[in-house]
Ligand binder design. Structure first.
Ligand code: NDP
Length: 324
């Protein structure tokens, strides 16, 4: 029998957590290996997380070895191999951006430190809680003993939303599409770029006016459209994208394809080193590798520069608060 893998999920009692945990326990994320789940919540939500733990037990997943609930990050990250940082401080009415960054630094700094001190040497981290890119930067900065590239942030939902729009446009299932790219920050400045997309392995080519005027705004505002339609945020698709991100990280991307992942820049595509920015990337042997040598259209280059400027401003704001 394979040894169980330890997975920690923060914000476990939230909407995304509720959709995510059952898929991890079913084997959708890591394949056919037993899983030990460790759920982290703030003290007032521990009761709700216990309720989710009861439901996980009642689902009788053959791969689920145990579920434990914590309100202490050090205990929650003890020995963990996969950390999914979902819980974050949401922006509330009238809140300044600096306040939001500071509140989240107060969450992701201590979690980064706890990961540094207590997690497995092989730990891999996915930040979902917003502002996800900068939260990942903060967590990584507090974990000096963990290689920075183990801290990633999620742009896979933007990537999947883009594939869905392209599939609808072409009248094909998304399984026939490959090589979509989302660049930059997971925010309204994100840059969905379908220039390199293949259909059944062949280049497609999309009208730049449609990409700029319809496609990119639809992808970037899809979250708000879902809130309007269902009266609640896009929790299940966000959870599904988190599963896809870790699945591909661990088990590898499809041959000939790539996906979008926010990674600490090593200077690729002139993104300043250290910023956590979305890139096209492949994964093999548990390591992401940014796809190099792609040509960016002038419109994509300009949009990426603006998104990177936003990332730099977020980093500078956190630094100015002494939190980085
Ligand atoms: P959700 O589970 O819906 O969302 C959690 C985070 O994911 C938010 O930061 C949200 O950002 C982000 N997110 C990223 N992509 C998406 C997407 N496509 N759609 C929706 N959200 C997205 O939030 P809930 O309020 O239901 O639950 C949060 C939980 O986290 C609560 O139970 C709270 O107690 C907990 N929490 C735990 C902490 C901890 O473990 N230490 C710390 C702080 C909170 P956005 O706000 O931009 O929608």
């Amino acid at each position: 029998m394979t040894a169980a893998t330890t997975v920690t999920v923060t914000g476990a009692a939230g909407q995304i957590g509720y959709a995510l945990l059952f898929r991890i326990a079913s084997g959708a994320m890591l394949g056919d290996r037993p899983v030990r789940l460790r759920l982290l919540e703030i003290p007032q939500a521990v009761g709700a997380a216990e309720g989710t733990a009861m439901e996980l037990a009642d689902a009788a997943f053959p791969l689920l070895e145990s579920v434990d609930v914590f309100d202490d990050p050090s205990a929650a990250f003890d020995g963990t191999e996969f950390a999914l940082l979902v819980g974050a401080r949401p922006r509330t009415a009238g809140m300044e951006r600096g306040d939001l960054l500071a509140a989240n630094a107060g969450i992701f700094g201590p979690q980064g430190r706890a990961i540094n001190d207590r997690a497995s040497d092989a730990v891999r981290v996915l930040v979902v809680g917003n502002p996800a890119n900068t939260n990942a930067l903060i967590a990584a900065a507090h974990a000096p003993d963990v290689p920075a590239e183990r801290f990633t942030a999620m742009t896979r939902l933007d990537h999947n939303r883009a594939l869905a729009q392209l599939g609808a446009k072409l009248g094909v299932g998304v399984g026939r599409l490959s090589r979509m790219t989302v660049w930059g920050n997971h925010s309204s400045t994100q840059v969905p770029d379908p220039a390199h997309v293949l259909l059944d392995g062949e280049p497609v080519g999309f009208d730049p006016a449609w990409v700029a005027g319809e496609f990119a705004p639809t992808v970037a505002t899809r979250g708000a459209a879902i809130i309007d339609a269902r009266g609640a945020s896009s929790a299940a698709s966000a959870a599904s994208a988190a599963i896809d991100h870790l699945h591909d990280w661990v088990l590898g991307t499809r041959d000939g394809d790539w996906v979008s992942v926010a990674l600490p820049s090593r200077g690729e595509y002139d993104v300043p080193e250290g910023l956590v920015s979305s890139f096209p990337a492949t994964s093999a042997g548990g390591e992401w590798r940014v796809v190099d040598g792609l040509e960016l259209s002038p419109a994509v280059r300009t949009a990426l520069d603006a998104s990177v400027a936003e990332l730099a401003a977020e980093r500078d704001a956190v630094r100015a608060l002494g939190l980085l």
